[in-house]
Design a protein around this ligand. Structure first.
Ligand code: COA
Ligand code: AMP
Length: 612
């Protein structure tokens, strides 16, 4: 069955201050604008609308934090009050519609409150994942130029407290742009020192803040910037607009996830990632559902039963997480004994995304949970799934290894190197015919040209996803690998190019390469290869330790850069291109062809000896 969506019809399902008369402005491709003459507000659609329509007392947000031993919830009315107050505080700090507010926070309710408060006044939030180091934060501060930063004294990882404030202070010191104010949430685990005149205590400012009403904004007003890894150290600031996001996310809650208002939806991700934006915060709230914010891990907080405890306790209907979380659980509880200690009768389905889902993990999850396990494919750029078994439209047979068929709104094709569509089952570049549907990215912040160049120049008329794969004769899409230097580590998207920049800046390193190699738990992990400068006589292990520390300090622990070797030379083509794909195949023990253009094939033997 092929379903098309009437987006104007779907637009009628949301609240507008000024309903749109025009569906799509396609006069300036690839800068498409959905609902260009409408006016709306994302916070109104997430909160005020539901409070006004009988959901004031329904739980909007459940916060469960095994790392602090606390759990609490907000009704729609309570969340609205907190958000309106936070919006009032932002206005008092001088934030105006269109200003940027950077949010560097752990998984606390205040992160959600801050995001919605920005949306309430038309400020553009940019959430930065807590696992990034201060240098990454500084790059984002300079690009987004926020007037205010919302942060917290610390994050809490299972084995340590992560002091956020020193990281934030260092980032502001490094950045050229300086925010006017930082509003800092003091957490019990660690108090932060506040900088007089600049920093403001969260609790204190919220106590006296006035309640701020929603500001209507044009549909194409930016809702947020979310930085994601590209091929270089300069991250891409994905910009999503307001009207399209509300329409698409609300539609997807029912069509893709089959979630109704009042249902409990749990995206076990982080607000710093796109999944968190779309399906911890906006999607469930636009839909009048209950969302779970979980500050913990699938294992170790305290054990492999953590997810099942949450599902039982809050009667979660639909769970969404990354395959890596299931691999971690399976490793500790291969027989699913923890699973059987809990009542999971509320659970209707499990959705997995963020990386390719190996069939073994999918089958295990399905056998253990006895609910449909849906692999679905999407990206920060699209903001919602490109391919999925859409449980609210038509349940398709599950084919492990495939995220099923394109979601209505996405016209997915496979192209060869010349941009011609290929036949069924032939691998090529996965591309999407333009226009992209509502709710997908509209540009890159401060970088319209990079937006056009990076995504739309190679295949005119298409969006280049950066993924390679094939479509079978049943229309099922198989996403096999990235075509660029992006890797996926434990469901986290990272740039090997950014890591190479850190390695190359070490004074003793002449040349380097970073490749993503297979890892049974995290899917992929980075592996570095260094060629030292002539005349370096220092202990090589010391240099390796230094570059490992440098990546952790510059990019962050989330890069999981722990493997690095020194080699005499790197394999290259005669024109000097480093053969990263060949090295990746060697490390993954995959068959490979020695490229005809290789400069010196003997180097591959040295690399094989080292990596195998
Ligand atoms: N703040 C500070 N540090 C963080 C962090 C945060 N928000 N998130 C992760 N880190 C740190 C971790 O503490 C770890 O540090 P370490 O090297 O000192 O141990 C490092 O970054 C790597 O973290 P991670 O890759 O998450 O490894 P892990 O061993 O802590 O957990 C998993 C492994 C598989 C359990 C975990 O990665 C997971 O649950 N992944 C799911 C990812 C996900 O939801 N992705 C979103 C797409 S749906
Ligand atoms: P991110 O932007 O962090 O969501 O990462 C997007 C990338 O993750 C995609 O381009 C894919 O490479 C990968 N990815 C996400 N979901 C899937 C999936 N279901 N199957 C295969 N790869 C996926």
């Amino acid at each position: 069955m092929s379903v098309t969506v009437d987006w104007m019809d779907e637009a009628r399902a949301i609240h507008w201050f000024e309903p749109p008369q025009t569906l799509l402005d396609d006069s300036n491709p690839p800068f498409y604008r959905w609902f260009p003459d409408g006016s709306t507000n994302a916070c109104y659609n997430a909160l005020d609308y539901h409070v006004a329509h009988g959901r004031a007392q329904q739980t909007a947000l459940i916060v469960d934090s095994p790392v602090t031993g606390s759990a609490y919830s907000y009704s729609y009315a309570e969340l609205l009050d907190a958000v309106a107050r936070c919006a009032g505080a932002l206005v008092q700090c001088g934030v105006e519609t269109g200003d940027r507010v950077l949010i560097y926070m752990p998984m606390v309710a205040e992160a959600v409150i801050g995001m919605l408060a920005c949306a309430r006044i038309g400020a553009v939030h940019s959430v930065v994942f807590g696992g990034f180091a201060s240098n990454e934060l500084a790059v984002r501060i300079d690009d987004a130029a926020p007037r205010v930063i919302l942060s917290a004294s610390c994050g809490i990882e299972p084995t340590r407290v992560v002091p956020y404030k020193p990281l934030l202070d260092a980032a502001i010191d490094t950045a050229v742009h300086k925010p006017d104010h930082c509003i800092v949430l003091q957490r019990d685990a660690l108090a932060a020192e506040l900088v007089e005149g600049r920093d403001i205590d969260w609790q204190r400012v919220m106590m006296d803040a006035p309640l701020q009403e929603c500001v209507p904004v044009p549909a194409n007003h930016p809702l947020y910037i979310l930085y994601t890894s590209g091929t270089t150290g300069q991250p891409k600031g994905v910009v999503r607009d307001t009207g399209g996001s509300i329409v698409a996310l609300k539609w997807s809650m029912k069509a893709v996830y089959d979630v109704n208002p009042g249902d409990v939806f749990w995206a076990a991700s982080d607000v710093g990632w796109v999944v968190g934006h779309s399906y911890i915060v906006y999607g469930p709230l636009f839909n009048g559902s209950t969302s779970v914010l979980y500050e913990g891990k699938p294992v170790g907080t305290p054990d492999a039963g953590a997810f099942w405890r949450v599902i039982e306790q809050y009667e979660v209907n639909v769970l969404f997480t990354a395959p890596t979380a299931f691999r971690a659980i399976r490793k500790e509880d291969p027989l699913g004994e923890c699973i059987r200690q809990y009542d999971l009768s509320s659970l209707r389905s499990l959705f997995l995304a963020g990386e390719r889902c190996d069939p073994d993990t999918l089958n295990w999850a399905q056998e253990q949970l006895r609910v449909p396990v849906i692999d679905h494919w999407w990206q920060t750029e699209t903001g919602w799934p490109i391919c999925s078994n859409c449980l609210g439209i038509e349940v398709l047979p599950i084919v492990p290894g495939s995220p099923a068929r394109p979601v209505p709104g996405y016209d997915v094709v496979v192209l060869d190197e010349t941009g011609e569509p290929v036949s069924d089952d032939t691998i090529g570049a996965l591309a999407i015919r333009l226009p992209l549907p509502p709710g997908t990215f509209v540009t890159l912040w401060n970088a319209d040209e990079r937006f056009e160049q990076a995504y739309f120049s190679r295949y005119p008329g298409y969006y280049e996803t950066g993924d390679a794969g094939y479509i079978d004769d049943n229309g099922y899409v198989f996403v096999m690998a990235r075509t660029d230097d992006v890797i996926n580590v434990a469901g986290h998207r990272l740039s090997t190019g950014a890591m190479e920049e850190v390695l190359a800046s070490h004074p003793d390193v002449a040349e380097c390469a970073v490749i993503g190699v297979k890892d049974s738990l995290k899917g992929q992990v980075p592996l570095g290869l260094l060629v030292l400068s002539d005349g370096v006589t220092r202990d090589p292990q010391e240099i390796v330790s230094e570059v490992i520390a440098a990546v952790r300090e510059t990019i962050g622990p989330v890069a999981v850069f722990k493997r690095c070797h020194i080699v005499n030379r790197l394999p290259k083509t005669r024109s000097g291109k480093i053969l990263r794909a060949t090295m990746r195949s060697i490390a993954d023990q995959q068959p490979y062809k020695v490229p005809a253009t290789i400069d010196d094939p003997a180097i591959l033997d040295e690399i094989s000896d080292l990596l195998l």
